[in-house]
Ligand binder design. Structure first.
Ligand code: 7PJ
Length: 281
C-alpha cells in the first residue's frame, strides 16, 4: 500500500484521490472572486466534500497569465481564516497553494497539512524548511520561469526530459532540507511554461513519468485550463467540463494518484469509471 504522509495523517493512495480547488482570490479566472467571504468558502468546501472531494486545496494568489503578485500579508489574510474554518469544521485534509514560506507557515499553523508549491521550491526554498519542521505533505509542481514570466517562456525541445530533470532538482532540494520522500508528491504542472502540444504530450505520456518516478505519487491538474479551450474551438473556462473530464480520464488511466479539479462530482464519477475499466487490463 502506498501512503502520503502529512502532518496530520497518512493518506492511503490505493485509488486516485480528488483534490477540490478553492480559490480565495478576488481575480481568480474561473471562480470570478465569488468565494472571497469565509462563509461562502466554507459552504463551497462543504459542497465539494459532499460530492466526494478527498482534499481541499486553498489558494490566495492567482497564477493565471497577467496576474499581479500579492504581498505575504494580503495572501495570509485571504487564506488563514478560510483554512482555520475549514480545518476545524471538517475532518478533511487541507492543502495550501502557495509559493511563499511565510504564507505556508501561517497556513500550517491554521490547520493546513499539505503545502502545494507551483514553483517546485524555485521561488522560496524555505518552503521545504516549513514542510520539514511540521512534517507536512509537499507538492512539488513543475513550472518554468519567474512568477511574471512563467506563462511566456520560450519552449524547450523535449518536455518529458525537462520535467524529469526538474523533478530531480526539486526532489534533491526538498531532501536536502530534510523533507522525507514519503511526504513528497510530484506534479507535471499543466499550463505552466509548456506549449499547447506539450501539455497534451505530458498527459498522454504520463505513464512514462509514473514509471520513472515510481517512488513518488503523481498529481495532475488540468481542470478548465486553456489548452482545453484551445482544443474545443475557444471554449471559455465554464465550458470546459467535458474536456476536463476527458483529460482526467487519460491521466487516471496513465497512473495519476491525485487529480486537482473544480468540478468534484463529475470528476469522482469519471475516476470511478476509469478505475473500474483499468482493473481489467
Ligand atoms: C495547479 C496548481 C496545478 C498544482 C494551479 C489553475 C491554475 N497546483 N495550482 N497543480 N494549477 N499542484 O488552477 O488553473 O496544476 S493554479
Amino acid at each position: 500500500m502506498v501512503y502520503w504522509q502529512t502532518s496530520r495523517r497518512r493518506i492511503a493512495l490505493d485509488r486516485t484521490l480528488v483534490m477540490g480547488i478553492l480559490n480565495v482570490t478576488p481575480d481568480s479566472f474561473s471562480d470570478g472572486g465569488h468565494f472571497t467571504e469565509i462563509d461562502t468558502a466554507v459552504a463551497r468546501a462543504e459542497e465539494m466534500i459532499s460530492e466526494g472531494a478527498d482534499i481541499i486545496d486553498i489558494g490566495g494568489e492567482s497564477t493565471r497569465p497577467g496576474s499581479d503578485r500579492v504581498t505575504v500579508d494580503e495572501e495570509t489574510d485571504r487564506v488563514v481564516p478560510v483554512i482555520q474554518a475549514i480545518a476545524k469544521r471538517f475532518g478533511i485534509p487541507v492543502s495550501v497553494d502557495t509559493t511563499k514560506s511565510e504564507v505556508a507557515k501561517a497556513a500550517v499553523d491554521a490547520g493546513a497539512e499539505i503545502i502545494n508549491d507551483i514553483s517546485g521550491l524555485r521561488f522560496d526554498d524555505r518552503i521545504a524548511n516549513v514542510a520539514n519542521d511540521y512534517n507536512t505533505g509537499l507538492v512539488l509542481m513543475h513550472s518554468r520561469g519567474e512568477f511574471e514570466s512563467m506563462h511566456s517562456q520560450p519552449p524547450v525541445d523535449d518536455i518529458m526530459a525537462e520535467v524529469a530533470a526538474d523533478f530531480l532538482r526539486s526532489i534533491g532540494l526538498a531532501l536536502g532540507h530534510g523533507v522525507k520522500s514519503e511526504n513528497i508528491v510530484l506534479d507535471i504542472g499543466i499550463g505552466f511554461g509548456k506549449t499547447f502540444e506539450q501539455n497534451l504530450e505530458l498527459i498522454a505520456k504520463l505513464d512514462k513519468l509514473v514509471v520513472e518516478f515510481d517512488k513518488f505519487p503523481l498529481l495532475v491538474g488540468t481542470s478548465r485550463k486553456s489548452f482545453i479551450g484551445k482544443v474545443l474551438d475557444g471554449a471559455q473556462p465554464g465550458e470546459r467540463l467535458s474536456g476536463s473530464l476527458a483529460s482526467v480520464a487519460i491521466a487516471v488511466w496513465n497512473g495519476a494518484n491525485i487529480v486537482r479539479v473544480h468540478d468534484v462530482k463529475e470528476t469522482v464519477e469519471t475516476v470511478m469509471m476509469v478505475t473500474q475499466l483499468k482493473m481489467e487490463t
